[in-house]
Design a protein around this ligand. Sequence first.
Ligand code: AMP
Ligand code: DBH
Length: 530
Amino acid sequence: MSAIEPLRLDGVVPYPDDVAERYRSAGHWTDETLADILFASVEAGPDRTAVIAGETAWTYRELGDRVLRAARGLQNLGIERGDRVVVHLPNVPEYLVVVFALFELGALPVFALAAHGRRDIEHFASFAEARLYITSSEKSPQTVPGLVEAHPSLLGAIVVSTGAPVPELEAEDPREHERRSLPGDIAFLQLSGGTTGRPKMIPRTHVDYLYSVRESNRICGVDARTVQLVVLPISHNFTMSSPGVLGAILAGGTIVLAPHGAPDVAFGLIERHRVTQVSLVPPLVMTWLNSPLVSAHDLSSLETIQVGGAKFGRTAAARVRPELGARLQQVFGMAEGLVNYTRLDDDEETIVGTQGRPISADDEVRVVDSHGRDVAVGEPGDLLTRGPYTIRGYFRAPEHNARSFTPDGYYRTGDIVRRDERGYLTVMGRSKDLINCGGEKVAPSEIEDLLLGHDAVHDVSVVGIPDDALGERIKAFVIARAGSAAARAIDLKRFMRSRGIAEFKVPHVIEFVDEFPHTAVGKVSKRDQR
Ligand code: AMP
Ligand code: DBH
């Protein structure tokens, strides 16, 4: 058909050939790319509404046209197959245009979150050797000045003001939709929360990701009637793929974009657009549950509320259907791959008491003890997994991969779970030190590293402490440097913000101490600090 060669990208751990063949012959991996699914939906229902944001509403035909013009525009700038492009946009329809245009070109979006700061963006640009940076007019004053000069790989930066024309994305001679990448190619770089500093990059292929999206649609009942409200950051793996905006587009459904999930905005949108499905993180569900606005709006169109990203406890889970009138679906997933769902027809106990079971019968799940031996059913242990949509390694991270993957290719999730005899998982907690602050994963070492750059800081250790609303709050223990001018907590926070750290990573509590507790070998004992 075409003479395209597979994309060669160094620093990617491929699926073993025999395993890939198994997934293809099982029908999991098909012959489509992520660009193809949009154009299939354009063809199937050009006049259906694809996306709504504020007073903007685009049909599938319009979205498809915009994507092809943007693809040409990006190509005119010099963007080619295999190039990495840091996409740093909030929940705006232009996000879909940019991302599908990149898929169309076979270029790889790097999915920054809107909350990422200058420091993160610099890291993504240099680590991925990005060719382009695309952001919003709100972010650009902090992130754009000097960026291109500092990163020679960058050809430029594009700033999107939503609703206004973006000349770079509006070429007059749209491309024809044409296959420019192979289904087995890496399609994008997703980001992990990370445990050892900066977010790690997760290379996902078109085929593996599409498999998870297609099956997610089936499990979650997403179809052309679906009206999906997006309140979480659009580029997060949950919002993208479980079943997310890609699921909605694959099914020919409608996406309603909201800037955030506060009830005063979200409830009005549900009522106005007859929203059927929404994905939330636990703290947001608590806000919805406890909002006086629940009774002031007609939420009756809402069929399913998905909750994931962090543990959603049973007491809150049990309130969802009676108080919000929609069924709950728990989602336990990770950008590295494995996604678990409670099924729509599961019994109440399963829905409130577990985080679901894997998408696929070919997801291999092991729950092991500290020696790597399988534990008995119902016993807690470390979750390991491999399967048809779980990566075999992070991008350009051989040392990290040696720790995060077993020699036979299982991803060490870092989660402690119990598995019941049916294969349903209940998440107990994390074995890693990663802090999960309202669904945002924060790596202590990144904050520590930054604070150590402050003159008044001798040493610092960051831990998560329990918080009713957020799940965890960030606490920094700081030892002041002897002889330096004393810093206050507020000074340290100001310092971190001045360095462009994402706002969600700024510690909630900073406590000055004289010394840290130590383990027997002299390491800082974070467990004691917690
Ligand atoms: P990441 O690897 O950055 O994509 O983050 C995925 C991690 O988020 C998982 O490994 C879990 O620690 C956590 N997580 C996601 N969903 C849930 C959930 N429903 N319950 C508990 N933890 C979750
Ligand atoms: O937290 C996550 O990363 C997550 C949660 C739910 C995820 O990646 C997903 C579903 O796909």
